[in-house]
Design a protein around this ligand. Structure first.
Ligand code: UT7
Length: 331
């Protein structure tokens, strides 16, 4: 459907907790080393939420920044989409807590669950509402308190994840404007649901002793198998985005990928012939912040002066589900 409207990023924000957990710190409690973690993942340190922080509190800080930079007041927000796999509680949604914190009571607020792909899924949903002309201002927030769902005795997963939040205020603009979300593509394949899962059967069997004993309320991952699938799906969906927009690699100013593993990003870049210097990486500082990693990347790159008006960024994500997707943004 041709629309006279499109979505544009009018403001960004990000928040990471103060507490830093380095690889060296992890060496004290796990059979691991800074050398192993750095060479296998690119991660040097990650942030850990304080006891009084959660997905909603971090999301609210990031969202407030996004509103301020877009010069939009909380009561002008029509919708709040929080992309998270670590909600404060099972229900109500984390987005409702964010709404309360922001006093943004003219909005519909809800969460979506697409794990590490969440932010691009949220962007895609928001894009449809804005294109349709139904709404004017939508907050899309990725926020994760991953430290609460990792098994700190499992060296194959706990070294990977960190906490944080990132947000964008998406605004409805006319097609003739030069800035905007140029495309979103999102996909899922539930036949790969076993690759990364928190299997604790709250909805099936309730909280039960067996799941507690088996540590099933924590992340379980087949790292190696996920790695291979991630490289393939992310490369293909980025290519699809470029083709859809008639863009060549040279036309793109940055690749902003989900930060799961430096080696996944390097393999994708090699497959696509994408120059490493155009890739925005934050994994060394924050680890894998799941749905927050892309919007944290926006803010980090902006503060470093790497994103300028008129630049074109391509986003690529893959996560549990399996879910994957891409988007192209003109700033
Ligand atoms: O965000 C959602 C998507 N998530 C991903 O895409 C994650 C994808 N997977 C990965 O990033 C990587 O598979 C990992 C970083 C998780 C693991 O790296 P790997 O190169 O695939 O290692 P591996 O699982 O094949 O394990 C190699 C060895 C094993 O020892 P053995 O069996 O060869 O003796 C592991 O036990 O490394 C061992 N190992 C560790 N050693 C030191 C696993 N974790 C650690 C550790 N420190 N933290």
């Amino acid at each position: 459907m041709n629309s006279i409207f499109k979505a544009a990023v009018a403001g960004t924000g990000a928040y990471v907790p103060e507490k830093v957990l380095t690889n060296k710190d992890l060496e004290k409690s796990l059979d691991t080393s800074d050398e192993w973690i750095t060479t296998r993942t690119g991660i040097k340190e990650r942030r850990i939420a304080a006891d009084n922080e959660s997905a909603s509190t971090m999301a609210a800080v990031a969202a407030r920044q996004a509103l301020e930079s877009a010069e939009v007041s909380p009561d002008e927000v029509d919708m709040i989409i929080v992309c998270t796999s670590t909600p404060d509680v099972l229900f109500p949604s984390t987005a409702c807590f964010v709404q309360k914190e922001l006093q943004a009571f003219n909005s519909a607020a809800y969460d979506i669950s697409a794990v590490c792909s969440g932010f691009v899924f949220g962007l895609s949903i928001a894009e449809q509402y804005l294109k349709a002309g139904r709404y004017e201002n939508i907050l899309v927030i990725g926020s994760e308190a991953n430290s609460r769902i990792v098994d700190w005795s499992d060296r194959s997963t706990c070294i990977l994840f960190g906490d944080g939040a990132g947000a964008v205020l998406l605004k409805r603009v006319e097609q003739k404007e030069s800035i905007g979300v140029l495309s979103t593509h999102i996909y899922s394949d539930g036949s790969l649901s076993d690759l990364i899962v928190v299997p604790g059967a709250i909805g099936k069997a309730g909280v039960n002793k067996k799941d507690i004993d088996d540590k099933n309320y924590f992340i379980k991952m087949s790292g190696n198998a996920t790695f291979k699938v991630a490289v393939k799906r992310m490369s293909n969906v980025i290519l699809e985005a470029l083709e859809y927009n008639n863009l060549k690699i040279d036309d793109v100013d940055h690749l902003i990928p989900h930060q799961a593993n430096q080696r996944i990003v390097s393999a994708v870049a090699e497959k696509l012939n994408f120059p490493e210097e155009k890739i925005i990486m934050t994994i060394q500082k924050y680890g894998n912040t799941s749905a927050a990693s892309i919007p944290i990347g926006f803010e980090d790159a902006k503060r470093a002066g790497k994103i300028k008006p008129g630049d074109i960024s391509v986003l690529g994500v893959v996560g549990a589900g399996l879910t994957w997707g891409s988007a192209v943004i003109k700033w």
